[in-house]
Design a protein around this ligand. Structure first.
Ligand code: ARG
Length: 235
């Protein structure tokens, strides 16, 4: 597609931070798949190239440094659009709505943050879930120790092995975890943070952003978005 400059010839390179199922994670064969991957594949197709995924820590994605450094063309990481991030990234139109959720091991009676006094809550470093909990703890002077993990896998592992008493992350990733690990974990509470995910490009990359938004709009119109949603998120 004329006008869209890409960092690598023939490829749309995507920065993401694995794993974040159902948005992006390796399947049994090691291939990175998921809701975000499928939507960005449509953009790549529109540009006549193939998507190439770069797994990199979330910090560099949300801070804009990866895109600025030319590490990739687009960031697709189940990433919430926030005012702070808008300063350093240009976001696409929203493509997914999410909230935060508190997960506990099945059988735990805790239902609120107040009941976690004296306990440990795991978060994923650099995420909106971490921000949400830290803000709650500060505002309500809660006696909760917030423990940050480098990625979702480490956070979920910490919950499963009782290094923390509860964990906060986006609701759809808990739903996916519960689907894949039946009976282990349950959602104790939801926090309606009204988040929306966006794909991000380097600030000022209007050509690519336009292609992304056109691709999203077409997918919403022709039913592809709904198909992808049904495949990765469910009914
Ligand atoms: N939606 C949350 C945020 O934007 C979490 C995103 C984490 N994504 C990932 N691929 N690890 O902060």
């Amino acid at each position: 597609e004329g006008g869209v400059a890409l960092v690598k010839a023939g490829a749309l390179t995507t920065c993401t931070h694995l794993p974040y199922a159902p948005f992006q994670a390796k399947d049994d064969t090691g291939k990175v798949v998921g809701f975000d991957v499928a939507l960005v594949d449509l953009v790549a197709k529109k540009l006549g190239v193939t998507q190439e995924i770069v797994d990199t820590p979330f910090e560099g994605i949300k801070s804009g440094s990866d895109l600025n450094a030319g590490k990739c063309d687009i960031a697709a990481a189940g990433m919430t659009i926030t005012d702070e991030r808008k300063q350093v990234l240009d976001f696409s139109d929203p493509y997914f709505d999410a909230t935060q959720a508190l997960a506990v091991l099945t059988g735990t009676t805790v239902k609120t943050l107040d009941e976690l006094a004296g306990k440990r809550v795991g978060v994923q470093g650099g995420t909106t879930g971490e921000d949400y909990i830290k803000t709650q703890v500060a505002e309500k002077s809660l006696d909760i120790e917030v423990v940050s993990y480098k990625d979702l896998a480490a956070q979920q592992q910490a919950l499963a092995t009782k290094q923390v008493d509860a964990a906060v992350n986006d609701l759809p990733v808990w739903n996916e975890y519960i689907k894949n690990n039946p009976g282990k974990v349950e959602v104790a509470a939801g926090f309606d943070t009204g988040e929306q995910y966006g794909f991000a490009v380097k600030k000022g990359n209007a050509e690519l952003l336009k292609a992304v938004n056109e691709s999203l709009a077409a997918a919403r119109t022709d039913g592809t978005y709904d198909q992808i949603y049904a495949t990765w998120i469910g009914a």
